[in-house]
Design a protein around this ligand. Structure first.
Ligand SMILES: NC(=O)c1ccc[n+]([C@@H]2O[C@H](COP(=O)([O-])OP(=O)(O)OC[C@H]3O[C@@H](n4cnc5c(N)ncnc54)[C@H](OP(=O)(O)O)[C@@H]3O)[C@@H](O)[C@H]2O)c1
Length: 238
């Protein structure tokens, strides 16, 4: 039987790299997208035959990344939309350039990639799309700069709802994962991190593998009856 292929965006990041390694351990061929961090991407590949690196900056305006993956690896069976950035300025200080950058990465490209992947998945009557959102969508904000970040992720969740309705009859299942505070570089330099962790009911950050394990579940046969759902992994928050 032909091996399945997963495109993991943000595969050079704290969460995406562990998702890529976890799916790879299940015998899935990985297309690992990175943007600036080639060194980290190469470290994850580390000579492994079935991890393929794709450099792609989400400021691009087309989804040719999906075509490249299908051309090189033969299909796209799983799309894990994990690349994402936090806004750097408060909503009151941000300019439209920063707004565009945030939405291009967190929202626009996942829409373009998902639409393109959907066409291929429909042809083969099989596909799984998982959108990595954030628990901040529930609150609308945490810090001042997370208002627009929450907006970019709320739009991503709307993609889950729409595509899950459209995809069900074609065996294309689409779900959202909402991580809480996860131990990656996105949180590392955060001011007042210790106090923030103390507000989490379980009193610790989540670890990337705790997100990756749910992705693995949704990509396995165990997830075959789950679509259009939002799964929060937040240690009691969200
Ligand atoms: N960590 C958390 O607490 C947390 C909580 C809730 C949700 N999330 C979400 O989880 C996802 C992963 O977060 P993380 O903590 O793993 O963050 P991370 O370690 O900072 O990784 C971010 C990823 O996004 C990629 N990226 C950044 N700019 C890009 C661009 N212009 N074009 C294409 N890719 C770009 C990065 O690639 P390069 O490094 O190669 O440029 C990297 O692979 C994000 O969507 C984030 O919003 C994280």
């Amino acid at each position: 039987m032909k091996k399945r292929v997963a495109l993991v965006t943000g595969g050079s990041g704290g969460i995406g790299s562990v998702i890529a390694e976890t799916l790879h351990s299940q015998g899935i061929i990985i297309a690992l997208q990175y943007s600036h961090n080639k060194e980290k991407a190469e470290k994850i590949k580390n000579g492994k035959e079935n991890i393929h690196l794709f450099q792609y900056d989400f400021q691009a305006t087309d989804a040719s990344l999906v075509d490249s993956v299908v051309k090189q690896l033969g299909s796209i069976d799983y799309l894990i939309n994990c690349a994402g950035i936090m806004a750097e300025q408060s909503i009151f200080d941000m300019d439209s350039k920063a707004f565009d950058e945030l939405f291009n990465i967190n929202t626009r490209m996942p829409y373009l990639l998902s639409a393109k992947a959907f066409e291929y998945m429909k042809e083969q009557n099989y596909g799984r799309i998982i959108n990595i959102s954030s628990f901040v969508v529930k609150y609308g904000m945490g810090r001042l700069q997370s208002i627009q970040y929450a907006g970019s992720k709320a739009a991503l969740e709307s993609l889950t709802t729409g595509l899950s309705r459209l995809g069900a009859e074609h065996n294309i299942l689409v779900n959202t994962i909402r991580p809480g505070i996860i131990n990656t570089s996105m949180q590392k330099d955060r001011e007042g991190l210790k106090n923030r962790i103390n507000m989490i009911p379980v009193k610790r950050m989540g670890e990337p593998h705790e997100i990756a394990d749910i992705v693995k579940f949704l990509c396995s046969k165990k997830g075959d009856f789950i679509t259009g759902q939002t799964i929060t992994i937040g240690g009691g928050e969200g």
